[in-house]
Design a binder for this molecule. Structure first.
Ligand SMILES: Cc1cc2nc3c(=O)[nH]c(=O)nc-3n(C[C@H](O)[C@H](O)[C@H](O)COP(=O)(O)OP(=O)(O)OC[C@H]3O[C@@H](n4cnc5c(N)ncnc54)[C@H](O)[C@@H]3O)c2cc1C
Length: 350
């Protein structure tokens, strides 16, 4: 047994950014697999339930990055799991299904993300997911179950068919074993669709709950409309998109000392390439670069995934990220180009 927690000299440090070895692969449904990952040296996965890893792969000589939620719970920190649904025509999800096997390795960054109950402690939750959007909510459910937290969780998961329900048996088990946990499945092929009436009957105390939603863009839009139509206070609704199509609300974060922001039309010098571009105070640096035909490594464009992280060598920015960067990275002058607007002339390490 190589379990990290069993080392004699105390607990190993936290894992962050590095190589992971695939230990096991489980078929979850016909097109969903869970990959069990271990650090290459003694480390523990310390993360908030709901956070994700960004896998950085080289597929046929092309660098690609994709985010995958840790479906495992931080309460079992020796191993991490990601649960990946094949996307028809998808580059990375299919590569993982077809190539990542026990003994194989992947490089990953993280854990990162703000979509977590840890940021919003509450006595009652409503979890709403569809398809592979179940993964962050599963991590939260597993953590609450392991810790026997006395919080009340009502979980409604939507799937195409009974056989497509991800984690069905485990969720049923947790529901049977926990007095405060209820699960309701909504199945397309039963002619069902999540609606406000269903929510009201499953969680009549909806107004008292902190709501977490994850699923396809259309599903999340429908949930927002449903909650709004019920008069729900949307300050208590949190969502994460896997598809990067819905803007995620973000808090402004100034790096390092924000200026007054009164001037527009700043110069941004790309130190490595020797180019200088113009960028006004309302445009993220990534977008300004793209406008001038410069493609920089990026993925989500919403401050989530961390792909466009770079060092700010001089100047200051207003950064409205959504969890894709750590506080200590911000303290070290790292910025996400996709969600940083200049407050003065900048030099960046690009
Ligand atoms: C924070 C976060 C957490 C996530 N967690 C999970 C998770 O836990 N589990 C999970 O399964 N996913 C998760 N995702 C989604 C995941 O990151 C990937 O987006 C997903 O696996 C699809 O990636 P892919 O490379 O297979 O597809 P891509 O290659 O990116 O393709 C996506 C879509 O574009 C289409 N497409 C691709 N190329 C073309 C083309 N040339 N022309 C036309 N259409 C094209 C594909 O058919 C597909 O429909 C998460 C995403 C985020 C942002």
């Amino acid at each position: 047994m190589t379990t990290a927690t069993l080392t004699a000299a105390g607990l190993p440090p936290a894992w962050a950014d590095g190589l992971l070895v695939c230990q096991q692969v489980h078929d979850v449904t016909a097109d969903v697999r869970t990959f069990v990952l271990a650090p290459t040296e003694p480390r523990l996965f310390r993360h908030d339930p709901g956070q994700f890893l960004t896998l950085c792969l080289d597929i046929d000589g092309e660098p690609v990055e994709r985010c995958y939620t840790l479906s495992s719970a931080p309460t079992r920190p020796d191993l991490a799991t990601i649960t990946v649904k094949r996307v028809p025509g998808g580059h990375v999800s299919n590569w993982l299904h077809d190539h990542l096997a026990p003994g194989g390795t992947v490089w990953a960054r993280g854990p990162l993300g703000r979509f977590t109950i840890n940021q919003h402690p509450a006595p009652k939750y409503l979890f709403l997911s569809a398809g592979s959007g179940v993964t962050p909510l599963m991590s939260m459910t597993r953590a609450l179950y392991d810790l026997a937290h006395p919080v009340d969780v009502a979980f409604v998961h939507s799937a195409r068919t009974f056989d497509d329900i991800i984690f069905r048996r485990e969720l049923d088990f947790i529901a049977a074993a926990s007095p405060n946990f209820r699960i309701r499945h909504v199945l397309d092929d039963h002619g069902e669709q999540l609606n406000a009436r269903m929510l009201r009957s499953f969680a009549p105390d909806l107004a008292e709950r902190e709501v977490f939603t994850c699923g396809p863009v259309g599903y999340m839009r429908a949930v927002r409309e449903m909650l709004a139509s019920e008069g729900f206070d949307m300050a208590h609704h949190h969502e994460e998109s896997f598809a990067f199509e819905t803007p995620v609300p973000a808090e402004p974060e100034s790096v390092p000392n924000a200026g007054t922001g009164l001037v527009t039309g700043f110069k941004v010098q790309l130190a490595r390439t020797g180019r200088t571009i113009e960028c006004d105070a309302d445009t993220p640096v990534l977008a300004a670069a793209a406008r001038e035909g410069i493609t920089l490594p990026a993925s989500c464009a919403q401050g989530i995934c961390g792909t466009c992280k770079t060092t700010l060598l001089s100047g200051s920015v207003d950064m409205r990220h959504a969890g894709g960067i750590r506080p200590r990275e911000i303290a070290n002058n790292k910025i996400l180009l996709c969600c940083s607007t200049p407050r003065e002339d900048l030099v960046i390490d690009v």
